[in-house]
Design a protein around this ligand. Structure first.
Ligand code: CIR
Length: 255
């Protein structure tokens, strides 16, 4: 059974970290409604959604992708790059403990889950403002016993590696080549975002479907033309917090 861990939108979301965008008002009621629809989209794809209570002390805590990396064999509790987000790991570790043995990235290394793209047994880690090469070295050491190789990837002008590239089908990437050199990934095919939708490279693949934001209709056309099945969702409010669809869940096979 596929499981998704999510967390309720906190009333404090407007105090989120921002790195590349200006602060604009966030409609919390709408954010909650959109998050409910997103969780329903996961259920519609056959996923069991386990929703953790909101954590108002952590404005970015709805972005549960960042505090942990869940692999088939094991999970790694990460050390988020933004100090304001470090406390998010505790409740995520509790939620993951029944499902996986837990490993941990230790200080001074930092890494956000949004920077980790898994393609088979290779993990690409964006060397962003949040994630360091020390974390790449630690992940390599922790995960080599499970057959993973971990590699750092330079990034420009975006928050996380998965702001620049995500996998939308086996061997097919959705990417913005202005943010990352796509040639370095082991992929057969790359769908590029529409030039007017630079933030459109984040899609959440669940089986043969990609959950994708309605904010990027031109890129969606490109994806559909490439044969990718899209489940569209409204994500305008988390996008104001520099979030996207992968950030709002941790999806994995239950034990
Ligand atoms: C942050 O800056 O940490 C949040 N405002 C957004 C995090 C988005 N997470 C993700 O892309 N995985």
């Amino acid at each position: 059974m596929r499981i998704a861990i999510t967390r309720e939108v906190p009333p404090t979301l407007a105090h989120c970290e921002l790195s590349h965008q200006s602060r604009v008002p966030i409609d919390i009621a709408l954010a909650k409604q959109q998050h409910a629809t997103y969780q329903q989209a996961l259920r519609d794809l056959g996923v069991e959604v386990r929703t953790l209570p909101a954590e108002p002390a952590f404005p970015d805590s709805v972005f549960v992708e960042d505090p942990a990396l869940v692999l088939d064999e094991v999970a790694v509790i990460l050390r988020p790059g933004a100090e304001s987000r470090r406390g998010e790991t505790e409740s995520i570790a509790r939620a993951l403990a029944p499902e996986r043995d837990l490993l941990q990235v230790l200080a001074p290394a930092t890494v956000d889950g949004g920077d980790v793209l898994r393609l088979g047994k290779r993990l690409y880690v964006g060397l962003s403002q949040r994630s360091t090469s020390q974390a790449v070295a630690q992940l390599n050491e922790l995960l080599a016993p499970y057959g993973y190789e971990v590699e750092g990837v330079p990034l420009t002008a975006c928050l996380h590696l998965k702001s620049a590239v995500t996998e939308v089908a086996p061997g097919t990437l959705l990417a913005n080549p202005a943010f990352v050199d796509v040639a370095r990934f082991a992929a057969q095919r790359v769908v590029q975002v529409h030039p007017e939708e630079p933030a459109g490279a984040n899609a959440l693949r669940v089986g043969d479907t990609a959950i994708y934001s309605k904010s990027y209709p031109r890129t969606r056309e490109r994806l559909e033309a490439a044969g990718i099945r899209i489940l569209p969702v409204d994500a305008s409010e988390v996008e104001k917090a520099e979030g996207a669809v992968t950030c709002c869940s941790l999806v994995f096979e239950g034990r």
